[in-house]
Design a protein around this ligand. Structure first.
Ligand SMILES: Cc1ncc(COP(=O)(O)O)c(C=O)c1O
Length: 463
């Protein structure tokens, strides 16, 4: 290794060369469940005035994990050279090994830690773009993605693969949705369009849980269909999945699978994993920030992208300790969150005379609840203004989805009018029923007062 490495205190040279630490010791799920008071203490840094029904956007991190993160940060600041020479790489390996176990990957070498799902998408899409620019894929070959793919990922598809010559095909999805079969049918139709005229479908980008509207997608089945239909590569954007729904990457069988650890898995912001299936074409997979480890494999490249704060990536074992204080560990948390969010969703829909956006089995720990049509949310801007209104006037944080309709599509109905918008509620371990009651009562009051969105001021632009 060259002198630059030594200067930066970075060991370099790939895995297994003296930098690797031991696999983390895992606490087993505790038989005595964590108490309500202990949970409240773990999240006592949350603003108590806010009913936080939006774990989905930014996640949450308990105090014990924040304390572990602070210990790593102090270790670094106490003796940076020692940290970079001797602590960082073994620490990252401990975290990757812990992720490997949770997601059922075969080997730790298949798991990289990156900042977030956006970065993971850039890694995969850049890789596909090179196949177009270097001639392995023909211009005009197709890339298939869901219409409800996350906005930032759609832009990344434009910036990397469309620009390199791919034809992008969107899978339209019905919403409200009633069954996996509706999704499978639309997906097959999009693959047929992608293959029209002898074209190849080079990549399918499939969300595990779409963001807005939030629906759990049958990723295993869609991945299987991709294999049958000769799609070259499958990338699952599962930003919301780990900690929200069961994840078994071997079983799903995609080439690339990413999930944020800071959304539903209690890590501090920001860290995600990117799993690369053994045998997938990953030789040309690189971190977009090129540094000393370029060419030593994505896990190593991602473990050294310059001087920065790596502490969010180092605390995965402490997160495992935290989740194992709950009955059933992370599976128990998922199960209870799912049951509770469905119960709260049904309670709200009944109180407002509306409906859920999907059956409970198509939800994890988030659910879409129809809002009364008389609120007149008739654009994306209205949805944003209404969300701001709920935050400022009622101290409720909840994302609002405007359900725009294409010709011929019919909206769900409430007691009097069409449902034009949905609230996406989350349930995480810190939530309590009163927070959902506050949302229920806020909407009921607005309806009783004859409120509608046209009464709201325009969204303020913050520069
Ligand atoms: C489906 C999906 N993909 C990607 C992202 C991006 O995640 P991040 O902002 O952490 O990169 C999100 C964020 O909510 C998402 O919901």
């Amino acid at each position: 290794m060259d002198d630059d490495h030594a200067e930066n205190g970075h060991c370099g040279g790939g895995e297994g060369r003296g930098c690797n630490g031991p696999a983390p010791k895992r606490a087993r799920p505790s038989p005595a469940a964590i108490s309500g008071a202990e949970i409240a203490a773990e999240f006592s840094h949350h603003d108590p005035s806010v009913a936080r029904l939006n774990n989905g956007s930014f996640g949450s991190c308990p105090g014990s994990v924040l304390a572990a993160q602070a210990r790593w940060q102090r270790l670094y600041l106490a003796q940076p050279d020692e940290f970079y020479f001797n602590r960082l790489q073994p620490g990252l390996l401990r975290s990757r090994a812990a992720v490997r176990e949770v997601i059922g990957a075969e080997e730790v070498g298949e798991v990289s830690l990156v900042d977030n799902a956006t970065t993971a998408a850039a890694i995969v899409l850049q890789h596909v773009a090179w196949s177009f620019t270097e001639g392995a894929f023909r211009k005009g070959d197709a890339v298939v993605m869901l219409h409800y793919a996350y906005g930032a990922v759609k832009k990344s598809i434009q910036a990397y693969v469309a620009r390199a010559g791919a034809e992008v095909i969107e899978v339209p999805l019905p919403f409200p949705v009633s069954s996996d079969a509706d999704i499978v049918r639309e997906f097959r139709g999009a693959l047929d369009r992608g293959k029209a005229g002898g074209r190849r479908v080079r990549l399918a980008v499939i969300d595990h849980i779409t963001s807005m509207p939030s629906v759990v997608i049958p990723v295993k089945e869609l991945t299987r269909i991709c294999r049958e239909e000769g799609v070259d590569q499958v990338f699952v954007d599962a930003a919301h999945a780990i900690g929200n729904v069961p994840v078994d990457v071997e079983d799903i069988g995609a080439d690339f699978y990413t999930s944020n650890l800071h959304k539903w898995f209690f890590c501090p912001p920001a860290v995600a994993f990117l799993h690369t299936r053994k045998g997938a074409d990953s030789s040309n997979l690189h971190h977009p920030v090129v540094s000393h480890e370029y060419g030593n494999g994505l896990p190593m490249e991602s473990g050294w992208i310059g001087t920065r704060d790596y502490s969010p990536q180092l605390v995965v074992p402490e997160v495992i300790d935290f989740v194992n204080r709950f009955q059933g560990g992370i599976q128990g948390i998922q199960k209870r969150n799912h049951e509770k969010v469905v119960e709260m969703g049904k309670m709200l829909a009944e109180a407002w005379g509306t409906c859920l956006g999907s059956p409970p089995e198509m939800c994890g720990s988030m659910i879409m609840v129809g809002l009364p049509g008389c609120l007149a949310i008739i654009s994306d801007k209205d949805a944003m203004r209404f969300r701001t209104h709920l935050r400022e006037e009622f101290r409720v944080e909840v994302p609002i989805y405007y359900n725009s309709r294409k010709d011929g599509e019919t909206a769900a109905k409430d007691e009097n009018s069409a449902v034009t918008a949905y609230a996406r509620i989350s349930h995480q371990v810190y939530n309590v029923e009163e927070e959902y009651h506050r949302l229920r009562d806020a909407i009921k009051k607005l309806v009783q007062d004859g409120f509608n969105c046209a009464m709201l001021p325009p969204v303020k632009k913050v520069m």
